[in-house]
Design a protein around this ligand. Structure first.
Ligand code: NA7
Length: 530
């Protein structure tokens, strides 16, 4: 195996997770190296450069907490930073901690094979260079493998095709007829800037989502100073809280409040941003009746912004509980849908039947389009991991292992795949939380684990099947106690025969953290160390 560079740890991905993992491992004295497909750091924030892209958790919360020096040096300009500012922040972090010298860019990891004789991972890349390493950490992101639907006759289309997650800013939209597919978080963010430039925008919607006003604004000095003063306590509250946010749900049941009080409470929370409405009462994600009150409130708010009754009918979410699909954050989305140069097509009512050279045919109409934009999301939670051909003990394939839905002990490790860790993997709070909080927790847990292993002279760690089974049973059981299973959403994976498998852990960030810490303290219960 000459020619392969050898490290203690290879980390895949240089986004929020990979950067902090590298920093933490170096601090602990490990020889670590990061392999990144992009030409720069940033992960999701490197690739998702579509106009309107910004975080939907307030920036003060959606940022690292591990270094108070970093916190003091960085000043966010807006409540919800836009993609360029977040990317600049991650660039700053990479430079400040001198991380780039240990990152190989423009290189995609294609395969990783566990060599059980050598107790090492062999990692292959699309550039022909490979690595040997004792540990392999996948910091590949839960929303990083873009999906494009297979639409009939798309090969006939002669215009430009874009995906929000692989944006090409060279494509000129000014004055063009644009078609947008998808109304998830990305579609909702990209709609207003597209409509401002395009002569005509046609939005092809499959499932309407609940979107709440971001209420974005510049962060003024007072607000900034105030937030700094309370930062350490609020950071701690986020770590111990349910969703990893500074704010926590209000105690009590929505259904038990009087209609007036409920209306007042919903109104207060409506303006608080993405998760705000969900935090109005603590039972909204578990009680159908309480949830129905919140959903009805949100539907009324949506209807207030749009004049055309047909658009209101199409865009109003029905048939699933509020919050059981990812809540979206909007800045002028509904107002934009209201514009006369914006058409809304419900592809369930009016399916796409084909493409012409410059247009899209549905069962009812032909819509002109010179540019098609796909905001059609990601192979969530597992896509980027399954894109790598990962082979564990006895050549077991992780892709095959996960063909009936992903499983992992604590969302961190999979039996038969020794010394492999997934940051914010399936079975951890990941996409149901402020992901930066979840990333920091996983990174710190993994760093502690490798440090403990080194101290006790252990070379390998592998999750046991029993521990993984018990954990996944718990993940699924607790999800059943909520309203999440009532919706079709990307929170679910699918088995080969089409059954839904809920992927994230809904038990809350704080309890999850306590469980992980307790397992580590109990000599890594549920893991075999060798
Ligand atoms: P999402 O939330 O997965 O949204 C993808 C959207 O694309 C969603 O509305 C889909 O409808 C829609 N879609 C998919 N295929 C089609 C077709 N064939 N026709 C019309 N519409 C289609 O991805 P996003 O990028 O918006 O957001 C993902 C996360 O990234 C988000 O939470 C942020 O945190 C960042 P569906 O709902 O499947 O019916």
């Amino acid at each position: 195996m000459s020619g392969l560079r050898q490290f203690d740890v290879i980390v895949v991905g240089a986004g929020f997770a990979g950067l902090y993992m590298l920093h933490k491992l170096r601090e602990a004295g490990f020889q670590a190296h990061v392999v990144e497909a992009g030409s720069g750091v940033g992960g999701t924030w490197y690739w998702n450069r579509y106009p309107g892209a910004r975080c939907d958790v307030p920036s003060i919360e959606y940022s690292y907490s591990f270094s108070s020096e970093l916190e003091n040096e960085w000043r966010w300009s807006e409540r919800y930073a836009a993609q360029p500012e977040i990317l600049t922040y991650l660039e700053y972090v990479a430079d400040r901690f001198d991380l780039k010298k240990d990152i190989t860019f423009d290189t995609k990891v294609t395969a990783a094979v566990w060599d059980d004789a050598m107790k090492l991972w062999r990692v292959d890349t699309d550039q022909g260079n490979g690595y040997l390493s004792q540990h392999l950490i996948l910091a590949t992101g839960a929303l990083s493998a873009p999906k494009t639907p297979e639409l009939p006759g798309i090969e006939n289309f002669k215009g430009a095709i874009l995906h929000t997650a692989k944006w090409d800013a060279r494509v000129d939209i000014e004055g063009k007829a644009v078609a947008l597919f998808g109304t998830g978080s990305s579609g909702i963010q990209v709609t207003p800037p597209l409509a401002q430039k395009a002569s005509q925008l046609t939005v092809f919607q499959r499932t309407p989502n609940f979107a709440v006003p971001a209420n974005n604004r510049p962060l003024n000095e007072d607000e900034w100073r105030q937030s700094r003063a309370t930062l350490p306590a609020r950071r701690e509250a986020a770590r111990q809280g349910f969703l990893g946010f500074f704010d926590v749900p209000r105690a009590g049941a929505a259904k038990d409040d009087t209609p007036d009080k409920r209306e007042q409470r919903f109104n207060e929370q409506w303006n608080a941003g993405t998760a705000g409405l969900l935090l109005a009462y603590e039972d909204l994600l578990v009680d159908e009746e309480s949830n129905a009150h919140a959903a009805e409130f949100a539907r009324r708010k949506i209807a207030e912004t749009i004049d055309d009754p047909d658009k209101v009918r199409k865009i109003t979410p029905q048939g699933y509980p509020l919050g059981s699909r990812r809540m979206c954050s909007e800045i002028g989305f509904y107002e934009t849908i209201n514009r006369t140069n914006v058409a809304l097509v419900d592809v369930r009512e009016e399916p796409v039947t084909g493409f012409s050279a410059y247009g899209i045919r549905t069962t009812d109409h032909h819509y002109s389009a010179e540019v098609v934009v796909f905001a059609t999301g990601f192979d969530a939670c597992v896509g980027a991991i399954k894109a790598i051909d990962i082979r564990g003990l006895e050549g077991k394939s992780l892709r095959e292992e996960w063909a009936d839905g992903p499983h992992a002990y604590l969302g961190l490790a999979v039996p038969a795949f020794p010394n492999l860790f997934t940051i914010t993997g399936p079975g951890s709070p990941s996409v149901l939380s402020n992901v930066v909080v979840s990333i920091e927790q996983h990174v710190e847990w993994i760093a502690r684990c490798l440090t403990d292993m080194r101290a006790s002279g252990k070379a390998t760690i592998e999750a046991t099947e029993e521990a993984e089974r018990d954990w996944m049973d718990h993940v699924h059981e607790i999800a059943q106690q909520t309203l999440f299973p009532r919706a079709d959403s990307w929170y679910h994976g699918r088995t080969r025969d089409g059954r839904k498998v809920f992927m994230p852990y809904v038990g809350g960030c704080g309890p999850y953290r306590a469980t992980c810490d307790e397992i580590a303290a109990a000599d890594y219960r549920g893991f075999n160390l060798g």
